[in-house]
Design a binder for this molecule. Structure first.
Ligand SMILES: [Cu+2]
Length: 175
């Protein structure tokens, strides 16, 4: 749903840019007085700047709350399940691979060699959450699985020849 809205907005914006290029291309032969054009352009620029401020301010204010970070922190029901997740070429190692649905899981993600991308996917291979697995550093990612099932881990950062095979999985059970 959000993706299709973003798609439509992108297409409209790209259409507007294409039209403005077309407008410039068509009018390329017209010779006009410089000062008049500059004055008009500056006025238009001010107007566009105000529109940009209003639109981006409104979009930021209404969408920032939808970031997964906020959701993860707010999902404080039940006991947090803590798991160490270690990436190493080319596999994932989890200290636990069984979690309870509806209770937050705190992934403590790191790597033993190079930087990997720790991506959590559901059964239909939809990306749910991700963070980086970095050597010498632990990233904490909290996610609450709403439904029981088998979830998949994929590496999201190219890490060598067998990167595509760097997969893992875990199970979420009903409480
Ligand atoms: Cu990789």
């Amino acid at each position: 749903m959000v993706q299709s809205i973003a798609w439509v907005i992108t297409m409209i914006a790209m259409g507007a840019i294409a039209l403005s290029f077309l407008w410039v291309a068509v009018g390329v032969g017209n010779i006009v007085e410089y000062h008049g054009v500059v004055h008009q352009a500056y006025k238009l620029r001010k107007l566009l700047f105000v529109i940009l401020l209003v639109v981006s301010g409104a979009v930021s204010a209404t969408t920032l709350g939808g970031l997964p970070y906020t959701a993860a922190q707010g999902a404080g029901f039940g006991q947090t399940q803590v798991v160490d997740a270690v990436g190493a070429r080319w596999q994932w190692e989890l200290s636990t691979d069984r979690f309870v649905a509806g209770q937050p899981v705190q992934f403590r993600v790191t790597s033993t060699d190079v930087t990997h991308g720790f991506g959590i996917y559901d059964e239909s291979m939809r990306l749910l959450a991700q963070t980086q697995a970095m050597p010498g550093y632990t990233n904490v990612l909290t996610y609450t699985f709403a439904r029981p099932g088998t979830y998949h881990l994929l590496c999201l950062e190219y890490c060598g020849v067998a990167h595509h095979g760097m997969m893992g999985e875990f199970t979420v059970v009903d409480r």
